[in-house]
Design a protein around this ligand. Structure first.
Ligand SMILES: [Cu+2]
Length: 68
C-alpha cells in the first residue's frame, strides 16, 4: 500500500530542472513512482512510502527548494 505524496517545489525554471527533480525523487528510497513534476506551478506528485524529509532533502541536494 502506497500513498500519494504532493510537494511544492520552488526554483525550477525550465524542463531541465523538472527532469533533475524527477530524477532526484526517483532515487529516494520508498518512492514507487514519480507521477508528475510540474514547472508552473512548481510541484511534484509521487506514489510511495518515502519520508517527506528524505524527499525534501533530495530536492534540496539537486538545487531546489521543496515543502509539503
Ligand atoms: Cu532548468
Amino acid at each position: 500500500m502506497s500513498d500519494t505524496i504532493q510537494l511544492t517545489v520552488n526554483g525550477m525554471t525550465c524542463m531541465h530542472c523538472v527532469a533533475a527533480v524527477e530524477k532526484a525523487l526517483t532515487a529516494v528510497e520508498g518512492v514507487d513512482e514519480v507521477i508528475q513534476v510540474t514547472l508552473e506551478p512548481g510541484g511534484a506528485t509521487l506514489r510511495g512510502h518515502a519520508s517527506t524529509d528524505a524527499l525534501i532533502a533530495a530536492i534540496k541536494e539537486a538545487g531546489y527548494e521543496a515543502s509539503l
